[in-house]
Design a binder for this molecule. Sequence first.
Ligand code: NAD
Length: 462
Amino acid sequence: MAEEGSSPSQGTAVKSKPGGDGGPSGGDDDAARAVEQTKKGAAGPRPGDRPTVSDYEIATYYFDLACERLGLPDDVREVMRTPYREMSVQIPVRMTDGTMRVYSGYRVQHNGARGPYKGGVRYHPHADIEEVRALAMLMTWKTALVNIPYGGAKGGVNCPGDQLDKRELQTISRSFMDKVEKILGPNRDIMAPDLNTDAQIMAWMMDEYGKLNGYTPAIVTGKPIELEGSYGREAAVGRGLVYLFREAAPNLGLSPPESTCVVQGFGNVGYHTASIMHQLGVKLVGVSDVNGAIRNELGIEPAELRQFIREGGKLPEYEHGEAIDPEELLEVECDVFIPAALGGMIREENAERIACKVVLEGANSPTTPAADRILEEKGIYVIPDLLANAGGVVVSYFEWVQNMQHFRWDEREINDKLGSIMRHAFREVSALAKRRELSLRIACWELGIERVVDAARTRGYI
Ligand code: NAD
């Protein structure tokens, strides 16, 4: 068994921020708000803006809060907070217009106590070492929460992935893989798609890794079906979200065929969630992407909208919807609001206006701590990111298991297995939340951290 993560002293030490911005030591409400107060005055979130509260601040806020509640000693906290290993690489690219650009690529392996590091790679101008570090930490608790044998990692390249042509994307993907492959491996660290990365990018990465190490499909997940990808992986995050909505709905007095939803972000996660919700009869009454937002009380057909965009249309110009300001999307009345874009988009300034009964978090860290308080005060039921969007890594795990055996399960088997893992995790988290009188979010953090601490103790390195 590879010993990744077995000794924290082997990794590159990083500066941690004990207490972090808005850490819990100063009290609950105050601490949550403190994260945002220092950032006031920033413009409202226009598509492409950097969020006023970073993913790192959100992650460390909840980490500190959960550790405080669990009474973890400081030294254990430090091991759990800091990543095992971080890598930053230079990616020079000759663009199609002849200019030269230099991007930065990152891979952060947060904790490997429970298994090989696992996590997506995103191509976005906001990607920097702090954001990737935060997302890697989330993966550690997420894989523990759904109880699959992985640690947590994340990758990112600070390029505008949605604006590059195919040749540029291929060059960046191969170059990134060339530079980080030494710390990867099917028993060491396995990448997957995330923001602005997809099955094609995974195929190039697998091919590049194969040139250096021989045919190794298990080096990345989220691959195309014809290259040992798994049935059900592309829709897995959306399907997982919908399984949880169905599980929670009866207790909330909601019935899918009579429900409505709004989706923020219409990429892999947003589209598939909207589409599977649509199959259940849930009406999509508002949707946005990087170009803008639309609403329609009569319902928007997700597959038709996707087709319109694939043919070159811009979402706000879709004829079966009324174009609205992206900030107004939160005010569109609905039963379920599904953030499926960037982190930090539900914030103190706009949370009050959100007009839904349930927030089902598809994106990572979409809600700042202060906004979370406001949602709680408004009586909105939040199914948090750590649990809600875990369907992607669960089916990535199935893909990896199939690849290790060069074997394939059919889609029905995948979806059934995904459903039972998601439902089981939801019940475990709900029971813990009830027992300890916590929100689902804090229960997720506590359960995830406890499982990783247990594994680290059993291995003998804390
Ligand atoms: P994607 O690149 O496929 O789609 C992102 C969507 O968000 C696009 O429609 C884009 O136009 C839109 N968007 C970007 N900026 C926006 C803005 N400011 N306002 C509104 N919309 C905006 O990415 P994805 O894979 O769907 O990931 C979305 C989120 O889900 C991310 O937070 C990601 O970390 C998270 N997530 C993804 C996976 C996965 O397997 N893909 C798994 C778990 C979580």
